[in-house]
Design a protein around this ligand. Structure first.
Ligand code: SF4
Ligand code: SF4
Length: 475
């Protein structure tokens, strides 16, 4: 299995270069994730749809880790597969250092390819070294601490709104859904043209974790000092500007095992990937890396733990009561009608949906497919009113738009949000909610409000009213 590397230069066929193999592996994972993203946009999510890219992001597992350890569940939008992938990536990093970043991560690959494009287009690359570059690299540890801290405090996926990886693979969903994430994506894509692996270097929170764990990894790039001619070409070719000459073993947390240094070293076998006892050829390294990843996934499948999307359609809250907040964009009109017992005619009438819209249409496809102005949020309001026993609202005039206040707008406060998340988003202090709604001291602010508000005789409208009252009082 483990073979001796004979010579970097003697293997003169281009296709035997570590670079070719690595880019082929990167391309495979990149295309796979593009396919996942496209399929999700076309077929939708939910139990009958296809997984979103978030199901394949190990960082989601890390964000959900505290929740998982304390409750056994996952924060909203995270599926068990993210936890399996986190375990796989942590295991891979302990064995193969940061090979995940150098060979697998599709967002890292995208940045690297943009860097190659930038090098061609701009001729001279601006890939800075020096004190401020070194200093800025600590930023990713700050991002990690803030993201994990806020996720723990809110019990919600706070990074989602700013995640450029998600924005890129959220094809066709529209910029309005993640405006900050798209703005950051623009900066990252532009930055990657001039600074190699711009996001990886300065801001990726997963890269920060893997950098720390990678220091414990048992495979390393090693330099044979006796045969090294000291040309320093390895450092010139290294995107991370790792220092080679003072050391014989690379322990830099920025090294992602891309093997560019190995490929460009003019002396055979001077640089190599080594474990405690053996030297690994690049095909063996790649094979072990990929086998580790897929091996963990298949093992979790056999154990019945691999789940990339919700198992069933649910219409109820944690207390088992029908709850309009359980409505998702991937639900069809027919499902909502039968699930909540609301007559379809009423749903169509109140939401201003033309009769030509088939009941089997998913909420988030009604607008694009039938070319009408329609917001899925409208249906949530109608079902909420229906469940509260309110009479049917008057019919809309002019059709297409329902007669609800705030129509077309996403409410700021939603039942799936936690109290801390609402505090963060609205700026209303937690104490104000407790006082205004006379909530008991024991409520968990990291649980979705829909799981406890009904037990205390409160509704989502009460929380929205509290926000409005606070803002009015401040004016
Ligand atoms: S640092 Fe982050 S974005 Fe870059 S390759 Fe690693 S995980 Fe991916
Ligand atoms: S030290 Fe070598 S393997 Fe590590 S990042 Fe630099 S070029 Fe890649």
């Amino acid at each position: 299995m483990l073979v001796q590397i004979k010579s970097n230069r003697s293997r003169n066929a281009w296709w035997r270069s570590p670079l070719v193999l690595r880019h082929a592996v990167m391309l495979f994972f990149f295309i796979f994730l593009l396919h996942v993203a496209y399929d999700h946009q076309v077929k939708g999510g939910g139990p009958r749809g296809t997984p979103s890219v978030e199901a394949y992001c190990p960082f989601g597992g890390l964000e959900s880790l505290y929740h998982f350890l304390t409750t056994g569940g996952f924060i909203r939008r995270i599926e068990p597969s993210a936890m399996v992938l986190l375990a796989a990536v942590v295991g891979m990093t302990l064995l193969f250092s940061r090979g995940f970043c150098g060979w697998v991560c599709p967002f890292g690959s995208l940045q690297e390819w943009l860097g190659l494009l930038g090098r061609k287009a701009l001729r001279k690359r601006y890939n800075p070294t020096g004190a401020w570059d070194r200093g800025l690299r600590y930023l990713k540890y700050v991002v990690l601490a803030v993201v994990i801290g806020l996720t723990w405090w809110t019990g919600a996926l706070v990074f989602r709104d700013y995640d450029p990886f998600l924005a890129f693979f959220h094809l066709g969903a529209g910029i309005d859904e993640l405006p900050w994430a798209y703005a950051i994506l623009g900066v990252v894509l532009t930055g990657s043209l001039v600074i190699e692996r711009f996001f990886c270097k300065y801001a990726c929170p997963l890269g920060a974790v893997l950098g720390i764990l990678g220091r414990l990894g048992i495979t390393r790039i090693q330099r044979d000092a006796a045969n090294c001619k000291g040309c320093n070409l390895c450092r010139v070719k290294c995107h991370a500007h790792v220092e080679f000459l003072p050391v014989t073993e690379i322990r830099d947390p920025e090294c992602n095992h891309c093997l560019d240094c190995v490929a460009h070293c003019p002396k055979p076998n001077v640089l190599s990937v080594r474990g405690p006892k053996w030297r690994f050829s690049h095909p063996v390294y790649a094979t072990l890396l990929i086998a580790g990843l897929f091996g963990t996934i298949w093992t979790s499948k056999l154990a019945g733990k691999w789940q990339t999307r919700p198992e069933r359609v649910s219409y109820t809250n944690a207390a088992g009561k029908p709850d309009a907040e359980s409505i998702r964009g991937w639900m069809t009109l027919a499902e909502i009608g039968s699930g909540y017992g609301i007559p379809l005619e009423r749903l169509y009438r109140e939401a201003g949906i033309p009769n030509r819209v088939a009941p089997a249409t998913r909420l988030n496809r009604i607008g694009p497919e039938y070319n009408i102005e329609f917001e899925p949020e409208t249906v949530r309001g109608i079902v909420q009113a229906f469940l509260a026993g309110k009479p049917e609202a008057p019919q809309p005039h002019g059709g297409g738009k329902p007669p609800h206040a705030g129509e077309g707008e996403e409410p700021e406060v939603r039942g799936f949000m936690t109290l801390n998340e609402i505090v963060l988003k609205t700026g209303v202090p937690r104490e104000f909610f407790v006082r205004a709604l006379q909530l008991p001291a024991g409520i968990d602010p990291r649980k979705p409000v829909r799981e406890w508000m009904h037990d205390h005789g409160r509704s989502i409208q009460d929380l929205r009213d509290a926000v409005a009252a606070y803002r009015k009082g401040k004016r």
